[in-house]
Design a protein around this ligand. Structure first.
Ligand code: NAP
Length: 291
């Protein structure tokens, strides 16, 4: 039976470290690290993510404020809002909650954020630094996975890490991080056009699933003893739940637990780590800007 990697507990440890750092920052600079979260529209999942981020930031002693704007906010007005936050010296981190409306050019919005305040790590300048192996604000989900592997004592050096998914938010930055010196994994990235997927996933010492397909990874796709990290958050209908659905990952947790050496649950795995790393990035951005 696999060991369950408790993302909630590891995230709590990261958040405690951030709280200590934020208190020290405040003592030194007379103000807390400051995060501004921009939420456009009333997408329910986005609202709940933003609430969770703001609450966690407040608990860690970060001055967090959510700037909620109506769904029909124009791109020009959104860019003007970002320009104002860029210019505000008392703001350290800016996060624009994605996805944005189809009418808005997401790339243009991301590029408008000052890279020094880009706590999501999505700006092309920060992505470039990541690929070059330079210090940067790292995208929160893959950074959280690395932190979780490190704090659970999972050996990555020389290990074969297989990443399922090539999105800009998870798959690609995950691969770049795993290749970094000090992490030193051998990395394979798979996607919807990959041939013989199960044959590749069975070679993984560390398997990271980020595809957005409920319980896609089955026990026969996993090498006995492998570490399985489940990034997926999928809603599946469930009449026994009050809200009519439950959340499951991209991994069939029950069956894969019988084979894997270690596995992250959904919820309570990668999700809390993503939020913890956002707080860490905000503190890091504040420290760098103060230097
Ligand atoms: P995405 O942008 O939709 O990308 C999905 C990737 O999976 C794509 O590269 C796609 O391949 C690949 N894929 C889809 N079906 C596949 C299949 N049958 N076989 C192999 N590859 C397949 O998704 P994302 O933003 O990376 O998110 C992935 C999942 O993680 C979602 O469930 C999302 O909700 C969740 N997520 C969780 C967190 C967290 O904090 N826990 C953070 C971000 C995302 P192609 O490129 O070929 O289309």
């Amino acid at each position: 039976m696999a060991q369950t990697i408790d993302g909630t507990a590891i995230a709590a440890a990261v958040r405690a470290d951030v709280a200590e750092g934020a208190a020290a920052f405040r003592a030194q600079h007379g103000r807390a690290p400051a995060l501004r979260v921009v939420l456009v529209g009333d997408h329910p999942a986005s609202q709940s993510y933003v609430r969770a981020k703001a609450r966690a930031a407040g608990e860690a002693g970060i001055d967090a404020e959510t700037l909620a704007r109506p769904a029909d906010l124009s791109q020009a007005d959104l860019l003007a809002l970002i320009a104002g936050l860029n210019a505000d010296d008392a703001v350290d981190g800016i996060l624009v909650q994605l996805p944005l409306a189809d009418a808005v050019d997401e790339g243009a919005v991301i590029r408008a954020i000052d890279p020094a305040k880009d706590v999501d790590g999505f700006h092309p300048e920060n992505v470039g630094r990541l690929v070059l192996g330079e210090p940067t604000l790292e995208p929160c989900t893959p950074a959280g996975i690395v932190e979780m592997l490190r704090r659970s004592g999972v050996e990555t050096a020389g290990a074969h890490a297989v990443v399922l998914g090539r999105s800009n938010i998870v798959g690609k930055p995950m691969a770049s991080l795993l290749l970094r010196r000090g992490i030193d994994a051998t990395v394979t990235v798979c996607h919807s056009r990959t041939r013989d997927l199960a044959e590749i996933t069975r070679q993984a010492d560390v398997l990271i699933a980020a595809i957005g397909r409920a319980e896609f990874v089955t026990a026969d796709m996993v090498r006995p003893g492998a570490t399985v990290i489940d990034v997926g958050i999928n809603r599946v209908e469930d009449a026994t739940r009050e809200r009519g659905y439950r959340l499951v990952g991209d991994v069939d947790f029950q069956a894969v637990s019988e084979v894997a050496g270690a596995i992250t649950p959904v919820p309570g795995g990668v999700g809390p780590m993503t939020i913890a790393m956002l707080l860490q990035n905000t503190l890091e951005a504040a420290r760098r800007r103060a230097r």
